[in-house]
Design a protein around this ligand. Sequence first.
Ligand SMILES: Cc1cc2nc3c(=O)[nH]c(=O)nc-3n(C[C@H](O)[C@H](O)[C@H](O)COP(=O)(O)O)c2cc1C
Length: 348
Amino acid sequence: MLRIGPFEFPFPVVQAALSGYSDAPMRQIARQLGCPYAIHEVVLDKLVLQRGRLQREIFHIPADDHPVGGQLMGAEPTMFGEAAAVMAARGYDVIDINFGCPVRKVLGRCRGGFLLSEPRTAIEIVRRVRDAVPPVVPVTVKMRRGLDDSPESERKFFQIFDAALEVGVSGFTIHGRTVEQRYVGPSRWTFLEKLREYAPHVTLLGSGDLFTAEDAVRMLDQTGVNGVTVARGAIGNPWIFAEAQALLNGDPLPAPPSVAEQGLVIMRHFELCEALHGEDASRIMRKFGIKYSELHPFAADVKAAFIRAGRRVDWMAVMNEWYAPDRDWPPGVRRNGPGDLIAAGACA
Ligand SMILES: Cc1cc2nc3c(=O)[nH]c(=O)nc-3n(C[C@H](O)[C@H](O)[C@H](O)COP(=O)(O)O)c2cc1C
């Protein structure tokens, strides 16, 4: 059972925050395949406080997209708190604080993962956010396991972790890589085990290297975390949630989605994206299409077709040619690893 404040999730595999990806359409698709909780991509505190098109997108929370986490990033505790209050008032059910983003520009502006090196500011941010948000709205923290591998870095991690608990946060998502590591090398799951032992009653969600349903179940079993957040493994593969659910129920892994099933989900994703982003949908969906293509029996051809699809008409042509439900396609393919890795611009 995964518990985040007042929310209880019998199925503990959730959609991670993914900058450039985990907008409402991606979350809705994940939920249709069993995902019980999802987190919006990280948002800069000052953007939440500024009127504009971005605000409209940030606050677009469909009725079937709850409970949903809103994740914030910033450097200045007062502004962070103000933005958190707005996020909660505009419908986010959980406020998540980002202390993990390893992007150079973010670190240079003393945000994201940088704050793991500045416990005083990090703790003040957590305090301001907890104070600013109504008590019924849980606050959670996303952290990497440290800035780097030094003992000093680990000490600061625990300083922030302990203080955040005292302030009253409802849980943590821990990515088992350091900030310095970015996306190179494995996520250290043994750190999650250690944290589980250190804080047996605290809600912990694990992150890092969850590319298949088996990975999600393995992390739950091996580390004892309460839940896992699927990140790159869910881009273009929302079936990972249904597959993990089957495994956790003790059922066999379902067959990979057929081409016809894939086509239905991809079209639904496109329509949701179009409803939110209008003409930009084809451009935005291209990166999803490229990842969806990995499940297709003719993956390379489909990927090339999605890469070329810049307009709606091109997108529909790809769907008609490669996802026609009445053609006799070979079975769909299961993704067994990271596929084409997506890391550039990644934020935690
Ligand atoms: C493209 C991309 C964008 C990301 N954006 C966010 C984000 O907005 N907030 C966040 O907390 N983590 C973000 N992350 C980190 C993921 O949530 C996750 O912790 C990380 O990818 C490790 O999991 P994985 O190895 O299973 O992908 C991002 C990662 C990627 C690859």
